[in-house]
Every structure is written in C-alpha cells, then in structure tokens.
Design a protein around this ligand. Structure first.
Ligand code: NAP
Length: 482
C-alpha cells in the first residue's frame, strides 16, 4: 500500500467514534494512476448502517435546538480547518480519484466554500408573515429542519459533493448519515474527522462505507426516522432510489447525470470559446456532471474552433494525477476507460474523424488520451450518453433553431454552454435551453452561492445558494389571529 498524505481514518464513523465493521470485511481503495491498492476501509453491514441512523436520530433534537449562530460557527471552523489541510486533502483526492493535483486543489477550495457559505446561511433562516386575502387570519410560515438525512455521494468530486450536502444539512439543523462512493471513501472520512475537530457533536455526522450500497439504502430508507434523501450520482441509480424513497414518502433531492451541449456561434470570441471549452470539457478530466458532452459549432467558425481545440487537447500533459506537471490524470477505473473507448469506436464506425487522441495510453493506470472528434454523426451513441471522459465530439450547425433543437434532444437537462458576442441572442438561446443552468460565454457554472441543479432527468431540487438550505427544511404554516 502506498503512503497516504496524512493520517486518514479508515473505519466507520458512528456517534463520534471510529468503529471497525463487525463483518471484518474491508474495501480496497485503488490508485487509478498506478492500479495499486493504497488503503482499505471498513465495509459496513446493514446493522451498522442502522446504528448510524440510531446515532443521527439520538443527536437530532439537540442539534435542531442548537442556536443557528452556534451551528454556523462550527461550520465556519470546518471551513478554516479544510483550508488549513487543503494540500494533504488535495493529494488524497488525487490519489484515490486520479484527478490532476490542480483539479484536486480546485475541488478542495470549492468544497470548503460550502462550509463557509452555509455557515453564513445558518443565521438567515427567515420565515414569513401575512394577512390572509380574506382578512380572517394571519399566515405564519416558519422553516424547520426536515430531520435525519441520508446523503449518498459519487466518486467524481469526493470532497465537494459531501460538503455541498453536509453544509446545508447542518446549517438547517439536520443530522446525517453520509454514504460515500466505494471508489473514493477516504476523502469523506477525512472530511468527517475535520468536522469532529471543528466541534460537530457526536452523532450529528456519521459516515458509512460499504460495498453493498443497495442493501444499505433499502434499510436506511425503510427506517421511519429518516426523512430526507439527498443523492448525487447517475440518473440510473437516482431512479432506483426515488422508487425506494416512494415507499416511505421520503423527501428527495436528486443531482443526477448530464449531457451538456456546448454551442458556439459564428460571432463568438474564438479564444474565449476554446478556453471555455477546455474548462467545460477537461475540468476533472471530463469526469463531471457538468462536462461539455456535445459541441455544436456554427459553420463559419467550425474549422478554426475545431483545429484550435484539437491543438490544445493534444498538448495536454497526461500523467499520474499526483505529479505537479500533470494536466490530465487517469479515469477512475478500468470500466470507465472501456466505456469511453467503446463510445469513441462507435462514433468512428459511424464516420467521425479523430483529430487527436482516440486511444488509451500504453502504460499502467486508467488513461485515455484527450480526444477531439469531428464530423460526428447524429446517430453516434456519445451524443446521447454521458461520456464522462476526455472526449470532445464536434457537430456543425447552420441555424440557431437547429442548435437549440439538437441541444434539447435529450432526457438530460443539467447545464448548457453558449458562446456568442450578441448578448440578446445569448439570453434568448439561454431561455430556450431545457437545462437548470446555462454558462453564457463561460466554461464554468459551479459556485456555492448559486443554485446548482438540473431539470428533466438531471434531477430534482437545487444545491448551493439559499435554495440548498431550503432542501433540508420544511415550511411549517401556522394559521392564527390576534
Ligand atoms: P453512481 O454509480 O450513481 O453512484 C453514486 C452513489 O450511489 C455511490 O455512492 C454509489 O455507491 C451509490 N449507489 C450505487 N448503486 C446504488 C443503489 N442501488 N442504491 C443506493 N446507492 C447506490 O454514480 P457515480 O458513478 O459514483 O458518479 C457519476 C455520476 O454522478 C454521473 O452520472 C454524474 O453525472 C453524476 N453526478 C451528478 C452531479 C450533479 O450535481 N448533478 C454531480 C456529480 C456527479 P457505490 O460507489 O458503492 O456504487
């Protein structure tokens, strides 16, 4: 096993204690850059998951009654501790996820901001009072914590997807059980230890690592003390969890998959569009729900954009994520490489031209070269599926309406990117796109102060902003008179 950047707990975190699993079973954590096992973590049983629910339920009344200012100050300390430990945390993320250190550092900064933002939001839980239209009563609306929350997170942003849920849950006065992805459990455990150091009381945050996510989710969602599910992951697993949550009518927030269109109009600033494309495509090595998945480029600028994007993609330094000079690390596992390779092969078989990349890297680790495909046929599978890798497929269009129709021809609706110097067109197109978010002349939307989320099958609810806090609260309406 390789050396971890700092002392990372590897047991379950229940009621403030680090507990080995009674099963004695462990989950190996693999470094995707080298395919070597770097650590192992406890593998929780269903009973242990229910112990975590016990702990969260026992801690819930006192945490909900803790003054908002105090909850906020604990979150603020968590932010400061994350900033203190930013470098070892970034190295840990890079080791277990494979992403380039620069991306991992960006993730830690982003993740810490959710603690800072929700530290500030904890004291802004405002209600409402009005006279009813008939004048016969007063309508008082007060916000209360929804209760024990089950948080399920993916491997692609192991720190930020956890803090984007824990931050608002704690600010709202909820206690929680976090189940991180099997590929990247160490970062979640490291974040839990920081929260304990920040003064989060025992039982308020519990972490369960397991290789049997489905069974654990069944048991936790069946428990009547659990009132909230906040999930980030694939649309496929999201559908399974929504069905499970239906049995107990659990309140659900779902951040699911994407298939982001990236539209470049003839009048776009070419340099800005290519720069935006590099960020939207290659942040996190393309393993982001917000990753640009399909490039629609207007005919007049298509050749220049395509050539420049291919040049930039081909010049990236692809290597072990932990090396300082690396710009693109490996994908997360062998299955991810296999999926990307078969999507590219399918597109090429249907007529696409490979301008750069188009193959795996001949070395240990799960590497796929940054790839640009031109002349991609409308029937190519990668236009309809989330690629989740280093591939940019380009399609040429002529009319604005054609670009909008193609962009909207998907069941996903998370984010879209639009590049044009014509602001009226930019806003008109943004309004027509069936997505929860649009980046207009930018390659990045993520911001803890903004409502992040999708429409259609990309999700339900929003994370970040004040909206993210309200996902963990219920409106209580009191009808009265005086
Ligand atoms: P995933 O396979 O859906 O897994 C996400 C989480 O769900 C993991 O913790 C996983 O545990 C767990 N899980 C899997 N099957 C489950 C089941 N039957 N019951 C309960 N939990 C289950 O997604 P992923 O591959 O980790 O992440 C990539 C996906 O996440 C992409 O589709 C991406 O677009 C999406 N994503 C969306 C957002 C957003 O904000 N919209 C952000 C980031 C990522 P195991 O690891 O043990 O399988």
């Amino acid at each position: 096993m390789s050396t971890l950047p700092f002392d990372v707990p590897t047991e379950l975190f229940i009621a403030g204690q680090w507990c080995p699993s009674a099963s004695g079973r462990r989950i190996d954590v693999t470094n995707p850059s080298t395919e070597t096992v770097m650590a192992s973590v406890a593998n929780a049983t269903v009973d242990e998951a229910l112990e975590a629910v016990d702990a969260a339920a026992a801690a819930a009344p006192a945490w909900a009654a803790t003054p908002p200012r105090q909850r906020g100050e604990i979150l603020r300390r968590a932010y400061e501790l994350m900033v203190r430990d930013a470098e070892p945390l970034a190295q840990l993320i890079s080791l277990e996820n494979g992403k380039a250190l620069a991306d991992a550092r960006g993730e830690v900064a982003y993740a810490a901001e959710f603690f800072r933002w929700f530290a500030e939001e904890a004291v802004r839980i405002n209600g409402d009072i009005s006279v009813s239209p008939s004048g016969t009563s007063r309508i008082i609306v007060q916000y209360q914590p929804v209760g024990v929350a089950f948080l399920v997170t993916p491997w692609n942003f192991p720190a930020a997807m956890a803090t984007r849920k824990i931050g608002p849950a704690l600010a709202a006065g909820c206690t929680c059980i976090l189940k991180p992805a099997t590929e990247t459990p160490l970062t979640a455990l490291a974040v839990a230890r920081l929260l304990a150091e920040a003064g989060v009381p025992d039982g308020v945050v519990n972490v369960i690592t397991t290789s049997t996510a489905g069974k654990i989710a069944d048991a936790v969602l069946d428990d009547p003390r659990v009132h909230k599910l906040s999930f980030t992951g694939s649309t496929e697993v999201g559908r399974i969890l929504l069905r499970k949550a239906a049995d107990s009518v659990v309140n659900c927030s779902m951040e699911l998959g994407g298939n982001a269109p990236f539209i470049v109009f003839d009048d776009a600033d070419l340099g800005a569009a290519v720069e935006g494309a590099m960020v939207a495509k290659m942040r996190n090595g393309g393993e982001a729900c917000t990753a640009a998945n399909r490039f629609y480029v207007q005919r007049g600028i298509a050749e220049a954009f395509t050539q420049e994007l291919a040049r930039r993609m081909g010049a990236l330094t692809v290597d072990d994520g932990c090396k300082e000079e690396t710009q693109c690390g490996p994908l997360v596992n062998a299955a991810a490489v296999q999926k990307v390779a078969s999507l590219v092969d399918d597109a090429v078989a249907k007529g696409a031209r490979v301008l750069t990349g188009g193959k795996r890297l001949d070395r240990d680790g799960y590497f796929y070269m940054p790839t640009v495909l031109a002349d991609v046929h409308a029937e190519a599978d990668l236009l309809g599926e989330e690629i989740f890798g280093t591939v940019a497929p380009i399609v040429v269009f002529d009319e604005e309406g054609e670009a909008i129709a193609q962009a909207n021809a998907t069941e996903y609706g998370l984010v879209a990117y639009v590049f044009t110097r014509d602001l009226a067109r930019g806003l008109r197109v943004s309004e027509s796109l069936e997505t929860g978010m649009v980046a207009l002349n930018r390659g990045l939307v993520s911001d803890p102060a903004a409502p992040f989320g999708g429409v259609k099958q990309s999700g339900l609810g929003r994370e970040g902003a004040h909206h993210g806090l309200l996902e963990f609260m219920e409106a209580k309406y009191i009808s009265t008179n005086w």
